[in-house]
Design a protein around this ligand. Sequence first.
Ligand SMILES: Cc1cc2nc3c(=O)[nH]c(=O)nc-3n(C[C@H](O)[C@H](O)[C@H](O)COP(=O)(O)OP(=O)(O)OC[C@H]3O[C@@H](n4cnc5c(N)ncnc54)[C@H](O)[C@@H]3O)c2cc1C
Length: 325
Amino acid sequence: MRLKAFEHLAPGTLSEACALLGELGPKAAVIAGGTDIIVRMKYGVAQPEFLIDLKRVDGLNEIRMVGDELRVGALATLTQVQRSDLVRQRYPILAEAALAVGAAQLQNMGTIGGNICLEPRCWYFQQGTAWREARQNCFKNGGSVCYMAKGGRRCWALYSGDTAAALLALGAKVRLVSSGGERTVPLEEFFLDDGMHHTDLRSGELLAEVVIPPPAMGQRGTYLKYRKRGAVDFPIVGVAAVLNERPGLPPHLRVAVTGAGSRPLPITVPQGIVSGNTLTREMIDQLADVARKQVKPVSRMEVSPHHRKHLVGVLVADALEKLLA
Ligand SMILES: Cc1cc2nc3c(=O)[nH]c(=O)nc-3n(C[C@H](O)[C@H](O)[C@H](O)COP(=O)(O)OP(=O)(O)OC[C@H]3O[C@@H](n4cnc5c(N)ncnc54)[C@H](O)[C@@H]3O)c2cc1C
C-alpha cells in the first residue's frame, strides 16, 4: 500500500493547470481533494507520473450566482456545498446529497469536481496489485474479462458518486476547460455508459464548474441512498427526485439513479403518467415501475442485479412519497 514516486505540480491558475495537463497527457492525473485518487494510487490502480494539484488554482472553490444560475467551482468541498446558504436555500437536494457522501472527513477534503469525476468501482480492481496479479487481467488492466458481470464483454465497473444523481435531477451542466477553449455540457451527456471511460472529458480537459439552472417556484427535491453501513459507505443505490408543481399544469418531475450502472442514469418519465395537479399514490407506483424497468444493472458487487433493480423501485417510491408528504 505504499505510494510510488510521482511529481507534484501545483499550478496557480486554471490556464496553467490546463497547459500542464495538455503537455503531460496520460502521464498526468488531476488531484483535487485526493480522497479517491490517492486510494487508487496506493492500490496500484492509478500510477500517474505527475499529479496536477488544483488546490492552489485561484477562485476554483467559489460558489456564486451568475445571473439566475448557480455556479459551483469544481474545487468547492462537499462541506462547503452543504453549508452554502445559496445551495441550502435554492437547491437543498444538493446539500442533502453532499452530506450523504462517505463521512465528515471525506466531505471536508472531497470536492464536488472529484465527486462528479469519481472513477467507477469494482471489487476486482479495488484490490492490491498482488491480489489482482494472481487472477486473469480484467479489461481495465489490458485483459478481456469483467469480474462484475458473468461473461461480461466490456467493463461494467459501477459509478457510485452521490452528488451526480442530485445534479442530474436539477438539470445541471458542467463547464469543461482546456488550453484549446471551453465548452458547457449537460450532465446527462457528460456521463458515458462505459466503465473504462465514464465521462466525456477529453485529453487535456478539466471540469471547472457546475452550472445549475434557477429552481422553479415551489421546487422540491430529495436524495435517498441505500448503503450497507450508515456511517461511511458508497451508495448501493442512490435516487434523486425533483418535483415542480405548476399552477394549471401537470407537475414536472425529474428522477435520476446512481449506483446501478457505469454512469448515473436520468430516468425518462413517459408522458401521461404524471397528470392533474400533484402526484398520487397510483402515479408513484407506476413511476417506481418505470424506473425499475429503465435501469439495467449487471454488476454483482454487494448485491445481485435483481436486488439492485428492486432497490431502485423501492427508493424511487420512497423519494416520491417523501416529496408528496
Ligand atoms: C472510505 C471511503 C468512502 C467513500 N464514500 C463515498 C460515498 O459514500 N459517496 C461518494 O460519492 N464517494 C465516496 N467516496 C469517494 C470520494 O471520497 C468522494 O467521491 C470525493 O468527493 C472525491 O472527491 P476528491 O476531491 O477527493 O477527488 P480526487 O480523489 O481528488 O479525484 C477523484 C477523480 O476525479 C478526478 N478529478 C478531480 N477533480 C477534477 C476536475 N476538476 N476535473 C477533472 N477531473 C477531476 C481525479 O483525477 C480523479 O480521477 C469514498 C471514499 C472513501 C475512501
